[in-house]
Design a protein. Structure first.
Length: 159
């Protein structure tokens, strides 16, 4: 009887500890997200003093920095790390593209067209690289799982 009560008490204590840890992790994530948002407000406020396209570039940089920081935070707490890392890389590519687009606005005619084409190519290349790396990591993980399963010694055959 005492053994059963000890087991039950241990299970209840473990359940509370696990719940408290999950709640603590959520609070930490919420606090980090709040810090990211506050930093973004400061970055955007710095842009207010600027004029014309310089302000647009500054805002694109501030928004991109915020999006990347949030993607990195989500990746830190994600269960599927490969997918989360890919999302971070794609977010970085999009942020860089948005800044590049604003920088291209300073140019005119063919120079602007060439600038925009280069920005799109850079973004697409970065996203393609992120996709290939994610696929390779998935494949490696799959290969490791397969190898782990097949390394067990063969059972003797019954005749």
């Amino acid at each position: 009887m005492t053994l059963k009560l000890s087991g039950i008490a241990l299970a209840v204590a473990f359940a509370f500890a696990t719940g408290a840890q999950a709640q603590s992790t959520m609070k930490a994530k919420d606090m980090e997200e709040e810090r990211i948002e506050q930093a973004a407000k400061v970055d955007k406020a710095k842009c207010d003093a600027m004029k014309a396209n310089a302000k647009d570039i500054c805002m694109a940089e501030a928004k991109g920095k915020e999006k990347v920081a949030k993607a990195e935070l989500d990746a830190k707490h994600a269960s599927d790390k490969v997918k989360a890392e890919r999302k971070v890389k794609e977010t970085k590519a999009e942020a860089a593209f948005e800044v590049a687009k604003q920088k291209c606005d300073d140019q005119k005619g063919e120079a602007k067209d060439a600038c925009m084409k280069q920005a799109r190519d850079d973004r697409d290349r970065a996203k393609g690289t992120a996709e290939k790396q994610a696929e390779a990591k998935q494949e490696n993980a799959s290969d490791k799982r397969s190898a782990t399963g097949s390394t067990a010694p063969d059972k003797p055959k019954k005749y």
